[in-house]
Design a protein. Structure first.
Ligand SMILES: [Cu+2]
Length: 410
């Protein structure tokens, strides 16, 4: 009985808007027709209108784009990701106060300096900010971020450091936020200790016991929803002896964005949490947006590069690959101190995980970073590393048709 009632309630709520719209449209058509035609033709056209509506409704039902998840019941440890209608109104009331960020993508070149003097207590400060930015030209998303970019800044400490973390939540935020570091040994990874209301700051300290490259992310409920809005970044805990010297380091993170509008739909996009629960991302992107890395990553032949690559998810596992290169060294799952892998083509990066890859550059040209689940390229999961230098025919000897090379995708 209760199930029947909830179903009826659901149908009434979903159907009421559509029924009211239909009646209003019907009346409007009826009135217009009556002004212009005899009552017989009016009645005929009126029923013709309703017939057409029914004919369309029976096979297609209510268009999914106008349904709204009023009562999405989920079974996580905290509240579900469904969007209360009042939040939608709050968002639109405050839409003018959000900062508009010109480029949401974190610069992949920005990696902090490697090592400092020994035995320091390191202070880190992050600010959670809700902003508006383009995910693709003309497509705007309300990102929730650390420090205004996706991913948040790359942080770097050393094994054994005492790390003092302060998290401030911008006063313009509409939500509580927090930060859970996978580098932390302790309940919640700092997520509970840093649960901050808009305008508040909180701090905690942790000892960086284990070297490695670790994801950090917001852990405010609903966690998946906060991460799908862009709330992730990485912290490198360098081993005591440091990492081997390389010429260039890059910082890249993959993530998914579940917009209500289909990929390419212009204008401000709402996040569709039902798509998120089903894992049907509209955009799968490197550094926050389509083309987030492009024109930013350059190196030269003879150089050795290292990429810190993480996966903010929330659901997809990444098959990280660089087209035309072989990873000389992989730190599998970003583990430091364990066995290294040599000569790897594609490496797995779990959701909420990372990898470190190193490779030397022998041949100049364009090298495309991808998730080798290649249909994801069309959703945005690619970026270009431009390598300059002189040709090296000992390694790669090919006559390249410049016309083909200039075609997009090559
Ligand atoms: Cu958050």
């Amino acid at each position: 009985m209760f199930e029947v009632f909830s179903l009826v309630k659901f149908l009434i709520l979903q159907g009421a808007g559509l029924v009211i719209a239909l009646i209003a449209a019907g009346l409007f058509v009826y009135l217009v027709l009556r002004k212009l035609h005899s009552s017989r033709i009016t009645l005929f056209l009126f029923f013709f209108f309703f017939g057409t509506c029914l004919l369309l409704y029976v096979p297609m039902g209510i268009p999914s784009s106008i349904t709204y998840p009023f009562g999405l019941k989920t079974y996580g440890p905290a509240e579900g990701p469904w969007l209360p209608l009042k939040n939608v109104f709050t968002f639109f009331r405050h839409v003018r106060q959000f900062e508009r960020v010109a480029d949401i993508a974190r610069d992949p070149n920005v990696t902090p300096a490697p090592l400092r003097a020994e035995g320091e207590e390191v202070s880190l400060h992050l600010t959670t900010k809700e902003v508006l930015a383009e995910i693709a030209p003309g497509v705007v998303v309300n990102y929730w971020t650390f420090d205004g970019t996706v991913p948040g800044p790359m942080l770097r400490v050393r094994e054994g450091d005492m790390v003092h973390v302060t998290l401030s939540n911008d006063s313009n935020s509409l939500h509580h936020h927090s930060v859970d570091f996978h580098a932390v040994t302790g309940p919640g990874g700092g997520g509970v200790a840093t649960y901050v209301a808009p305008g508040e700051s909180k701090d905690f300290r942790f000892r960086a016991l284990n070297p490695g490259l670790y994801v950090y992310h917001c852990a405010a409920p609903n966690v998946a929803n906060h991460m799908a809005h862009g709330m992730y970044g990485m912290i490198l805990v360098e081993p005591k002896e440091g990492l081997p010297q390389v010429d260039k380091e890059f910082y890249v993170m993959q993530g998914e964005v579940y917009t209500a509008g289909k990929m390419g739909t212009q204008g401000l996009q709402v996040i569709d949490t039902e798509k998120m629960l089903s894992g049907n991302a509209e955009y799968i992107i490197f550094n926050g947006r389509v083309g987030g890395l492009n024109g930013k990553m350059t190196a030269a032949t003879g150089e050795k590069v290292r990429i810190y690559f993480g996966n903010g998810g929330v659901s997809d596992i990444s098959s990280f690959h660089v087209i035309g290169e072989i990873f000389d060294t992989v730190y599998p799952e970003a583990s430091i101190g364990g066995a290294l892998l040599k000569n790897v083509q594609t490496t797995l990066v779990p959701a909420g995980g990372a990898t470190i890859v190193e490779f030397g550059l022998e041949v100049p040209g364009r090298y495309i970073l991808v998730d080798h689940a290649l249909s994801r390229l069309d959703r945005g999961a690619w970026g270009v590393l431009e390598v300059t230098g002189t040709e090296n025919r000992e390694v790669f000897d090919a006559a390249v048709d410049p016309q083909v090379a200039a075609t997009p995708g090559h």
